[in-house]
Design a binder for this molecule. Structure first.
Ligand SMILES: [Zn+2]
Length: 127
């Protein structure tokens, strides 16, 4: 399948949205960005600042963030700000799915309580 790389706009034959060369560039760029963030812990994370400091295209830094490369290197919540709205929606959806799963697990575990406890629990809830 011929697709356009979303980073360099080059046509390539393969899967996904990023060509093999850009993928490799991201892999090589990641340690640099990580080290930069580690060496500048007081710097508020900003893709423009990082891209400028490392002299790389801002889209590569954005892509690193979007792909979650930097999630563990950023303070909680920071990387979310640069995610697109669509990705935010996906994240929110995943979070609610996880919650539904855990709610279902809790409900399932409650089924194992004795009849007496169940009735007692219901009475408590209605009050
Ligand atoms: Zn590319």
């Amino acid at each position: 399948m011929i697709v356009t790389c979303k980073l360099c706009r080059k046509l390539y034959n393969g899967q996904g949205k990023i060509c093999p060369e850009c993928r490799q560039r991201l892999d090589e760029l990641y340690p640099d960005v990580r080290d930069y963030l580690r060496d500048n812990p007081k710097l508020a994370f900003n893709v423009e600042t990082v891209a400028e400091a490392l002299d790389v295209d801002i889209r590569y830094v954005q892509e690193l963030v979007a792909q979650g490369y930097l999630d563990r290197d950023l303070p909680e919540g920071m990387s979310r700000e640069v995610l697109s709205d669509r990705q935010k929606l996906i994240k929110a959806f995943e979070t609610s799915l996880d919650k539904m799963k855990s709610d279902a697990a809790i409900a399932a575990s409650h089924k194992s309580v004795t009849y007496g406890q169940e009735v007692y629990g219901d009475k408590l809830k209605r009050r």
